[in-house]
Design a protein around this ligand. Structure first.
Ligand SMILES: Cc1cc2nc3c(=O)[nH]c(=O)nc-3n(C[C@H](O)[C@H](O)[C@H](O)COP(=O)(O)OP(=O)(O)OC[C@H]3O[C@@H](n4cnc5c(N)ncnc54)[C@H](O)[C@@H]3O)c2cc1C
Length: 316
């Protein structure tokens, strides 16, 4: 069952009346630090359905008491939470109480990171020199959601990377699948990049069109902070659905994309191709090696040149 709740503003009592009891209990615990909210008679029942009952299996009187406590808590403004970071031990107890099951300990640090209590980014204890970093060029195959997130993480560590994609557009699953009604079945806030802003998703489970708008920065998701742009584009010429020359023409005709260097990376060696892509504004033309080893070596050279030698415009 998909639950779609309108995003229009509701008053506090009506909002709390709609709230899932488990979430409300955790809000009470977080805000008050009072551990009785983790114990019976408030302990939710285990419910393994994708969307469990919002009443958490608790008697009506107990639900009413919990909802009233939350309304009371916020009735006089915005109190400061008593707990700023629950730490792993309390987080685990909260998760176990919330789900009514024996959640294993490794989920606690993961959830603290997911909720922003602790920093997510990997950091160097001792940063390697730029020269060393330039030699560690990472090749990421496929421009789906995971690849984009990995690219951002590597970029923050100063590790050069190249994302290659066989389709003519990024988005992975969300670009490839296009049957009517295609969309996520996990609440789509999970699809917000944690390094981008939280988005005003129109639905709890959004459809592929909205996800693609988000990934491609179209429409209301057009802001730069929502999704990173590549620093360099490797473009094949012979692609399904859209020819590489056409893509190149579009990139160079689009103000926001024009600055991104385009390296044409193709099996062709034809003089006419070389001539025409430079004419269209390509920044390099490279013939793809046939052997894997040759490809890896070439990627290293491309990485060293584009990310270690030349200065690129700042990615927006
Ligand atoms: C209809 C549908 C609904 C889904 N709903 C959810 C959901 O609600 N929650 C959830 O967590 N997951 C869901 N999934 C799973 C979803 O696929 C993943 O969550 C996520 O999108 C995968 O991202 P990814 O970047 O790992 O891979 P993908 O999105 O699959 O991206 C991989 C990319 O690699 C490219 N590629 C592959 N091989 C090569 C190659 N040799 N050279 C170049 N490029 C290559 C592909 O073209 C593709 O663009 C759903 C999947 C589908 C199909």
């Amino acid at each position: 069952m998909n639950v779609e709740v309108s995003r229009e503003r509701l008053d506090l009592s009506s909002t709390v009346a709609e709230g899932d009891i488990r979430c409300l209990l955790m809000v009470l615990m977080h805000m008050t630090g009072d551990e009785r909210w983790l114990e019976p008679p408030y302990k939710p029942k285990r419910d393994v359905r994708l969307i469990p009952d919002p009443d958490a299996g608790l008697p009506q009187a107990i639900q009413d008491e919990i909802r009233a406590a939350v309304v009371n808590l916020f009735a006089r403004g915005h109190p400061k939470p008593v707990i700023s970071d629950p730490g792993d031990e309390l987080m685990l107890r909260m998760m176990r109480a919330c789900l009514g099951e024996n959640v294993t300990p490794e989920y606690a640090p993961l959830m603290r990171e997911e909720m922003g209590f602790v920093a997510r980014d990997a950091r160097w204890t001792k940063a390697p020199s730029n020269e060393t970093l330039a030699q560690q060029h990472v090749l990421i195959v496929g421009a789906g959601v995971c690849a984009i997130a990995l690219g951002v993480a590597l970029g923050r560590l100063g590790i050069p990377y190249t994302i290659v994609e066989k389709n003519d557009e990024l988005g992975g699953t969300w670009y490839i699948n296009r049957y009517p009604g295609c969309g996520v079945d996990t609440p789509n806030h999970s699809y917000s990049y944690s390094f981008g802003s939280r988005n005003p998703w129109t639905r709890y489970f959004c459809q592929r069109e909205e996800l693609l708008d988000y990934l491609l920065r179209r429409g209301k998701y057009g802001q730069a902070t929502h999704s990173p742009r590549p620093g360099l584009i490797l473009l094949d010429l012979n692609m399904p659905r859209k020819d590489g020359r056409e893509v190149l023409r579009e990139i160079k005709a689009t103000a926001e994309l024009r600055k991104i260097p385009v390296v044409v990376f193709t099996t062709s060696k034809a003089d006419t191709d070389i001539e025409s892509v430079y004419e269209l504004g390509a920044n390099s033309f490279i013939s793809k090696p046939v052997q894997f080893e040759g490809l890896v070596n070439l990627m290293r050279v491309i990485g060293q040149y584009w990310f270690g030698t030349v200065e690129l415009p700042l990615a927006k």
